[in-house]
Design a protein around this ligand. Structure first.
Ligand code: G3H
Length: 477
């Protein structure tokens, strides 16, 4: 008997009045593992209304009082980590150990968010700093909540990327409407069950599972939403930024993160970082390394070493913690296969891989990739790594920057001056020197430029983006 999960609306677990549910498919079990509610527009209206009401008293609680709920939430997540990790594994096909790490990382992130909020402080300014100003004019700058934040999370970190929006929103004094990706909903529900156990004031947060076609645009355009934090594809991000008028928006979108490997790179470090960066969770990370731009002098060596490492990767089931697991759905696997086929048709060299069983794509390394191939530019979100050989740092930088994306980049060189020089010229939110591309540690600012995003995440910046300045001016006699 499969579970039909209820939605969390105004502090109650409820069946939707739509009487409709959505079946959740497991990518590796290849069957339905449960059902979630298809919430209606009326229910969204009610949830937003309740969030506004509850937010007023929530914002009046002290930071420590708000923090106490969140710390308890972190404890509940850790206490239930086996169950939540199992849900993540089954629902999005993430290896069990990684799913468990995601839960622990989330608890750490929540606790840090509490501490960061407790330690943030405003400022005061005196008017005489400006010509003609006066010492008797004193500005007090504090932070105030925005109201109700809409948090939309993706499938690949159904708990962590949801909590990294919900926790700062709550600490900043906001109400929250949480809309998880459909595949990821069960994990999101379990995460909110943990939050509900803390006795969070009713109505402050609602979890609206449902069809994008029914409540997606409706939520985004809703007059009751005061800020949106979205992680997902660049296409949806662009759509969101057109739909929302005068609503603060933070977008974390796709990437085509390059690894630039110079001829003086420490090859052990480069190989290890590229392997991990490109293939963990089958490349289903926005920050995965998605192309290698290697100096031709060391290209043969790098390709040979990557080939040998790729052939050692474990391929199969998340239950066995395989690195390479079935992709989220068949459509995604077809898309990745299409990129491989296009490259091979255009005479890329297949070094290893290009094998497929249903939605399980074996790790694939393509060498001699050229600019006319889709895989040189398009984000696969799967385990395929194109290698483009370059003659110089300048050529690598030019190719890195020609992408529509600009999330992160990795530079491998033992000459720190050279690496820094290249890093300054690469258009990306973050450049890693001698390491893999990755979002964490979670207190670092995290941002993408160009089609990779808008605004900044990371704990401190998320608290800032989910609150505003409140300026009070004293005009003394
Ligand atoms: O998928 C996008 C995530 O923000 C990547 O996070 O670098 O920790 O895997 P990660």
């Amino acid at each position: 008997e499969l579970t039909t999960y209820k939605a969390y609306l105004q502090g109650e677990w409820k069946k939707s009045s739509s009487d409709e549910t959505i079946a959740i498919q497991s990518p590796y079990l290849r069957k339905t593992i449960g059902y979630v509610q298809a919430v209606t527009q009326d229910e969204v209206d009610e949830a937003i209304k309740a969030a506004h009401k509850a937010q007023k008293s929530w914002a009046e609680l002290s930071l420590s009082e708000r923090g106490a709920y969140l710390d308890k939430w972190a404890d509940e997540l850790v206490n239930n980590s086996e169950d939540i990790a199992t849900a993540i594994m089954q629902e999005v096909g993430k290896g069990f150990k990684d799913a468990k790490k995601e839960v622990v990382r989330t608890a750490d992130l929540i606790r840090y968010t509490v501490q960061e909020a407790l330690h943030m402080h405003g400022e005061s300014l005196k008017g005489d700093g400006f010509p003609g100003g006066d010492q008797k004019k004193i500005g007090i700058v504090e932070r105030a909540p925005l109201g109700v934040v809409l948090a939309i999370s993706p499938f690949n970190y159904p708990v962590n990327l949801a909590a990294s929006k919900v926790a700062p929103a709550l600490m900043a004094g906001n109400g929250v409407i949480f809309k998880p990706a459909t595949q990821g909903s069960i994990s999101g529900i379990k995460m909110i069950q943990a939050l509900d156990k803390t006795g969070l004031p009713k109505g402050l947060l609602s979890l609206t599972t449902g069809r994008g076609s029914v409540i997606g645009d409706y939520l985004v355009e809703h007059k009751g939403i005061d800020m949106i934090s979205f992680t997902g594809g660049s296409g949806t991000g662009r759509h969101l930024s057109k739909q929302t008028a005068m609503i603060p928006l933070v977008l974390e979108l796709g990437g085509k993160d390059p690894a630039l490997v110079a001829e003086d790179a420490d090859m052990d470090v480069a190989v290890k970082s590229i392997m991990n960066g490109a293939f963990s969770y089958s490349g289903q990370r926005c920050t995965a390394i998605k192309r290698v731009l290697v100096n031709e002098k060391v290209a043969d060596e790098l390709v040979a070493r990557l080939k040998s490492e790729i052939e050692k990767l474990t391929v199969g089931s998340p239950e066995e913690d395989s690195t390479i697991v079935p992709l989220i759905d068949d459509k995604s696997a077809d898309f990745v296969q299409g990129l491989i086929d296009d490259a091979l048709n255009k005479k890329a060299t297949l070094v290893t891989g290009n094998k497929r069983q249903d939605n399980l794509i074996y790790p694939t390394l393509l060498d001699q990739v050229t600019e006319d191939m889709d895989v040189a530019w398009i984000e696969p979100f799967g385990p395929v790594l194109p290698v483009i050989r370059v003659k110089s740092d300048e050529e690598a930088i030019e190719l890195a920057n020609r992408s529509e994306f600009g999330l992160q980049a990795s530079i491998f060189s033992q000459d720190i001056d050279r690496a820094l020089e290249v890093a300054r010229q690469v258009e990306a939110g973050t450049v890693q020197i001698n390491g893999r591309t990755e979002r964490g540690p979670d207190h670092f600012p995290f941002l993408g430029v160009k089609a990779s995003g808008m605004g900044v995440q990371g704990i401190h910046h998320s608290l800032l983006s989910m609150s505003r300045e409140r300026v009070t001016v004293l005009n003394l006699k």
